[in-house]
Structures are given as C-alpha cells and as structure tokens.
Ligand binder design. Structure first.
Ligand code: TYD
Length: 229
C-alpha cells in the first residue's frame, strides 16, 4: 500500500432518527454493500461500543439515570461517547476504515438538548470535551411518521421490557421527529434526511444513492473493479 493510502483517514457515517426508524437494519445493509465494493467497515453504536460505554448504556436505558435528571443523563451519554471515540472510532478512522455508527452527537442534541431541555451551553461543552474536532462526514437522519416508528419499535421489542425513552408519551416522540428534521435542515452539508418509510430494501436504495454520490471519488473506482470482477 502506498504511504498516501496508509495515511488516508477513513470515512465516518452516522445514522440518526427516532424510535423504530430502522437505523440498525440500515446500518447493517450499508455495511454489507460497502464491503461488497471491497471497503473495510466497522459497525458500532451509541450508547455502547466499549465495555465502559455498555455500563453507561445499562444505567441510562434501565431508567437509573432518569431519576437524577436530564443533565445527569447527558453526562452519562457524554462519558460513554468519550470512551467510544477514544477506544474505537478514532483508531478505526486513523487506520482508514469506514466507521458506521448507529447514533452519535445528534442523539444528544435532540433527546437531551432540544427535547430534554438541557441547557445548550452544557450540550456544546460536552460535545467539545468528547469529540473535539471530530465530525461525521455524513449523517443520515432516518425519518418516519411517529406512529409508524412506534409500531415498528413495539414489534421489534416483542415481549421484552420497554426502555426509558420508548416509554415516553407520543408528544415526546413527535417532538423528537420535529427536532431531527430541524437538525437536518440546519446542517445540510453534513446531514441528509432519508424517507425511512417502506420496506428495508427501498430505504437502503435511497441511502446508497446518497452515499455513492457523496463518496463518488472513493467508491466509483472500487465499484468498477468489482464489476470487472
Ligand atoms: P437503543 O436501544 O440503542 O435505541 P434505538 O434502537 O432507538 O437506537 O437505545 C438508545 C436510546 O438512547 C435511544 O432511545 C436514544 C437514546 N439516546 C439519547 O437519549 N442520547 C444519546 O446521546 C444517545 C446516543 C442515545
């Protein structure tokens, strides 16, 4: 491998959206598609991705953090993110690997900030402390009508216990959707709103056309090479 290739940073794509938007399915489908073009891909998620961050995940999703208030929950998510960025995301990007992450900073901005009413100054400070200058190259915001998302989340959950955020009322989930749409509109260079209605392959095709367009320089040569076989 030439030194230029060795020093090339990987590409960082995050997936965002409310409950039942289908992020985890779409992360997996995009990873498979990128791998078929010969890319090295790491799939990860927040909160989680490291043993320490999984502990924070447990604290938040079981509702332990809720009792201490939204600022404290924001701190838990930040602690989890700090570990995840340091241990997993930055090292993978430095090795030139594509990183696909199910939720990232926009989840904190939306769930704790815009909907949870945590002071924007605290949200910004936590963001600076946890990610510094790291920004996703692309954020796919999966958008689906609230009722459809909640119905999908209920099917996925089956008989298992409802988690801390799923248990919020419908107006909370409607505010989440609106907030995500605002975030996507405010940062059009980074964020793309994806219609997440329909079957997974339909949504995946929409996502692929965005990714292929954004990363044409990297992907077109690999796609041609795979086609030549
Ligand atoms: P998860 O089971 O991963 O949900 P989903 O499949 O919807 O992604 O649970 C993560 C929950 O944590 C989800 O309800 C969103 C919430 N969350 C925040 O409130 N802030 C954050 O910064 C992150 C990363 C997640």
């Amino acid at each position: 491998m030439s030194p230029a290739v060795l020093t090339q940073r990987g590409h960082f794509i995050t997936f965002e959206g409310g409950e039942g938007a289908g992020k985890s399915t779409q992360v997996r489908m995009l990873a498979e598609r990128l791998q078929r073009t010969g890319q090295q891909v790491l799939v990860t998620r927040e909160p989680g991705g490291t043993p320490g961050a999984e502990i924070m995940r447990h604290l938040v999703l079981t509702g332990v953090g809720k009792a201490l208030g939204p600022d404290f929950e924001a701190l838990l998510f930040a602690a989890a993110r700090d570990d995840h960025v340091t241990q997993v995301i930055r090292p993978a990007l430095e090795r030139g690997i594509w990183v696909l992450c199910d939720r990232f900073i926009d989840s904190t901005r939306v769930y704790q900030g815009r909907v949870g009413d945590v002071d924007p100054t605290l949200i910004r400070a936590l963001e600076r402390a946890t990610i510094g200058s790291l920004r996703p190259d692309l954020t796919l915001v999966l958008d689906v009508p609230t009722e459809i998302g909640l119905a999908r989340a209920a099917v996925r959950r089956g008989g298992s216990a409802i988690d801390r955020f799923e248990a919020e009322d419908i107006s909370f989930h409607r505010r989440l959707r609106d907030a995500y749409r605002q975030v996507a509109a405010e940062e059009p260079d980074r964020c793309v709103l994806i219609d997440a209605g329909g079957l997974p392959p339909e949504v995946s095709a929409r996502i692929w056309s965005v990714v292929e367009g954004r990363f044409a320089d990297v992907l077109r040569p690999s796609i041609r090479a795979v086609a030549r076989g």
